[in-house]
Design a protein around this ligand. Sequence first.
Ligand SMILES: Cc1cc2nc3c(=O)[nH]c(=O)nc-3n(C[C@H](O)[C@H](O)[C@H](O)COP(=O)(O)O)c2cc1C
Length: 325
Amino acid sequence: MANLSTKYLGLELKSPVIVSAGPYTQTIESLKKLEAAGAGAVVLKSIFEEQIEDDVANEYKANEDYLNWSVAESHFMEHGKDYYIDRYMRLLIEAKKNLSIPVIASVCCKTTEEWIDYAERFVNCKADAIELNYYPLASDASVDGKDVEKTLFEFAKLAKKKISCPVAIKMGNKYSSMANVISKLDAIGIDGAVLFNRFYRPDIDIENLSFVHGPELSSPVEYSEALRWIGLSSGEVKMDLCGNTGIHDGETVVKMLLAGAKAVEVCTVIIREGAEAITKMNDFISSWMDKKGYDSLNQFIGKLAQERNSEGYKWERTQFLNMIK
Ligand SMILES: Cc1cc2nc3c(=O)[nH]c(=O)nc-3n(C[C@H](O)[C@H](O)[C@H](O)COP(=O)(O)O)c2cc1C
């Protein structure tokens, strides 16, 4: 059997298949199943500052009658937040105790101070790495693109300075100059970038004239956006790139590795097929490697990346040129 080990964020992974933050990475029982099925690492479900604020505010409202001292509200809000962070830390500590694969904590906050505060607490609980679930939508018409990117770079600089374990940024795919953004994050010293986070998709119910959410789960056609940017950037940066969104089978994992990804993250396929999907992916990669005569991933990671391939310019093609005959 081929050796599927890879190095991602300086961590030794026995498979390139990482389970990304989602419903399957929030209990110990489920995490153990993912490890047993062959996951290379797990990213715990994100802790969301926004969700904590909502939950604490709702809890306060429900208990308002008992909390009528003037200081009660601020006291409740502060300690309520700690309750949720402590709960996350307990999951992390238990996961580290029970698993032998790397455990990555995932943080999504609104203010820089909170990002760093949460991340530092998780580093103290021995998280192997921190994934920053950076999810801005440039919806303010008065802010130009350069400033949106500047905010990301300033945040990345501070994160790298303050967080004393490997740091990955899980990015959105809506920057005007993606190659430049990836290269600047690399220059800042960020250890890895996950390309790409999948945004929540708003939709409208035309019968009830109401907002609903669009498909929560990805479709396999969505992987090509990550494939393109990994193919274009992997040869240019030192940081590790990790493919995400639309990766539903072993064949797509192999494509991501050929483009230069060190690992991939998967979520939808686990929700649809359970942990066994990881075993199937590992088996596929292994038999493909046997067929091609590869013993290790390093022999082919990045083989089709733009700078290492004579046809690499094809990553840049944006138009269909007489493809349908
Ligand atoms: C139900 C659900 C919950 C998710 N929760 C998180 C989360 O807490 N943090 C995060 O970074 N991504 C979260 N994601 C996004 C996934 O980790 C992943 O990035 C996205 O689904 C694309 O990968 P996929 O195509 O394999 O599903 C969630 C996705 C789903 C479907």
